[in-house]
Design a protein around this ligand. Structure first.
Ligand code: FBP
Length: 550
């Protein structure tokens, strides 16, 4: 028999909470809001999504009795990076489908969207679902980053669904994956193919949110894991008093994770990429800023500290952003030549092709960072920032700056560093109560959207800072989150990422505290996620969500 941990065994019995409209087991009534529009480039989105554009926001309400639903087969796909709670979305979807009709069947496509196109799937039976309830990871069916965009992929998807009798697909993913869901829904609807497509908001990055989507699932758990580790580093730094720890935190683009971890742990420095972009800070400005905090703490004989660096920082530094945009165009145009080269040769090749300011910026970067910037983009055209060692680059550059300051007599301390990257450590943790409940509710909502015959919708659950008995579930049309962006050298419709808002409550609170946290040692040690015990330690909400909803 497969051995499982004591926690997994005890946690399997946890029954996630549901919003009242879904918890009664009775039929769900749907209330429709006004027609919707797009997040930007409205005319272009309207033109590209003629069949699905403009649908209303939907809210579920509890109804009396039970409506009859014909039995259906449903396919589910986990897409993109892992996020805690994915298995609970599938469990919620399974239970919701069974409550609609006990003969409903659920199939998991394997290894992400690829499974749909290549027809690799497995039936998800009650035994399988039960073995994965409240567990982290995506290992039940695996995940992948394939972008669904070609006519051939759509035709294969249709053929495979029809062969399995599948009339609805649920795509659990981030902004890129839900863009896939939106494009596929449009393709099916515009070709009169009776296959519904429903999305679910996943990503630890926390950047798939808006007025209707309060949080992407996994953000809560991942930030708690990182904050536990950062808190432990804070304690170590404060005990040994000899290291500055530079911690890079995942979050490909937005700095929500870095901000949330800063709010939970009160480090000496937390760089927020969106502020760097807004203030047009150069790499030199960032280095000077960190060095000045190190020097100020050294005045108090505190030659230690914690600096949080968001993974996506490099793309927000204006001169590097321009460089990356030029590199993207260049690499798309020269793809055939570059394909055969290793990262170092690619860096040398593009260095010879860049001109003007970008050529200078590229030259000024450490060699390692130059080749890391030339690595292949992911299938959605994103730079793979998790592979760029920004934390090491900054630690090294701050060290050089401090030496100059020492020579000029403006700094007298000692500076020894440790660097860390926290990302993968948090993506598959056992979901916190928040994520366990939220994910189960999202999956259940997706089943209700299927039962209601909707397509091109993302399941949503709101009011989640209140107890679950007050949660509100429903769905929003994915087109209302779309705009046009430049990807792989072309304009593409994509879901607009939610970046950290500089006039939002979480960032403003951070700004009101950070000068004090910089110089004084005000660390907070959150400790590990609690799954059993009093609600005040088990049912926490992120600082970000609490401040946003205050
Ligand atoms: P998603 O947007 O797909 O949820 O992925 C987020 C993320 O975890 C980023 O934080 C990180 O930059 C990236 O995935 C890493 O990708 P990979 O898993 O391909 O290394």
């Amino acid at each position: 028999m497969k051995r499982i941990s004591a926690l997994q065994k005890a946690r399997a019995a946890y029954q996630p909470k549901l919003p009242p409209a879904l918890a009664s087991g009775a039929a769900v009534k749907i209330s429709e809001g006004a027609p919707t529009t797009a997040a930007g480039d409205v005319e272009a989105i309207k033109n590209l999504f003629k069949a699905t554009f403009g649908s209303p926001v939907l809210t579920f309400e509890a109804a009396q009795g039970n409506a009859a639903h014909a039995a259906v087969n449903v396919g589910v796909i986990l897409s993109g990076g892992q996020a805690p709670g994915g298995h609970n979305v599938i469990a919620g979807l399974f239970d919701g489908l069974k409550s609609l009709n006990a003969s409903n069947r659920l199939f998991g496509f394997l290894k992400g969207p690829d499974g749909l196109v290549k027809n690799e799937s497995m039936e998800l039976t009650a035994d399988i679902i039960d073995a994965y309830r409240n567990t982290g990871g995506f290992d039940m069916i695996g995940s992948g980053r394939t972008k669904l965009e070609t006519e051939e992929q759509f035709r294969e998807a249709r053929k495979n669904c029809e062969a399995m009798g599948i009339s609805a697909l649920v795509i659990i993913g981030g902004d890129d994956s839900n863009t896939n869901a939106c494009v596929l829904a449009e393709y099916f609807k515009s070709h009169d193919i009776p296959i519904q497509v429903i999305g679910c908001p996943k990503t630890i990055d926390g950047d798939l949110k808006n007025e209707w989507i309060e949080a992407s699932f996994g953000f809560d758990t991942a930030c708690r894991v990182y904050s536990e580790l950062i808190g432990n580093l804070c304690r170590d730094a404060n005990s040994a008093k000899k290291y500055w720890h530079f911690v890079k935190l995942m979050g490909r683009s937005a700095s929500h994770i870095a901000l949330e971890c800063a709010l939970q742990t009160q480090p000496n420095i937390a760089i927020i990429s969106e502020e760097v972009a807004a203030k047009k800070m150069t790499l030199g400005d960032i280095v000077n800023k960190i060095a000045s905090v190190v020097a100020a703490r050294a005045e108090n004989k505190e030659n230690f500290g914690i600096a949080l660096i968001p993974e996506g920082l490099i793309e927000f530094i204006p001169e590097i952003k321009v460089l990356i945009a030029e590199l993207n165009e260049l690499m798309a145009a020269e793809a055939a030549t570059l394909d055969a080269m290793d990262a170092e040769s690619k860096a040398a090749f593009v260095a010879g092709k860049l001109a003007g300011a970008s050529a200078e910026v590229f030259k000024s970067l450490p060699a390692g960072i130059r080749s890391q910037l030339c690595r292949d983009r992911d299938p959605h055209g994103n730079v793979q920032v998790s592979l760029i060692e920004t934390e090491k680059m900054l630690a090294q550059m701050v060290g050089t700056r401090l030496k100059e300051m020492k020579a000029a007599g403006t700094y007298k301390g000692k500076f020894a560093t440790q660097t860390h990257f926290f990302g993968y450590e948090g993506r598959c943790a056992a979901p916190s109560n928040y994520d366990a409940d939220y994910c189960y509710s999202l999956g259940y909502s997706a089943s209700a959207l299927i039962g209601a015959g909707r397509t091109g919708y993302m399941a949503n659950v709101r009011n989640t800072t209140a107890p679950a008995e007050q949660w509100i579930a429903g769905g929003i049309p994915i087109t209302m989150m779309m705009n046009m962006e430049r990807r792989h050298g072309a304009d593409k419709p994509v879901i607009r990422k939610a970046l950290v808002e500089l006039d939002g409550a979480p960032f403003k609170y951070f700004v009101s505290q950070r000068d004090q946290w910089a110089v004084e040692t005000s660390f907070v040690y959150p400790g590990p996620i609690q799954y059993f015990g009093p609600a005040e330690v088990c049912d926490l909400k992120t600082c970000t969500l609490l401040l946003e909803k205050k």
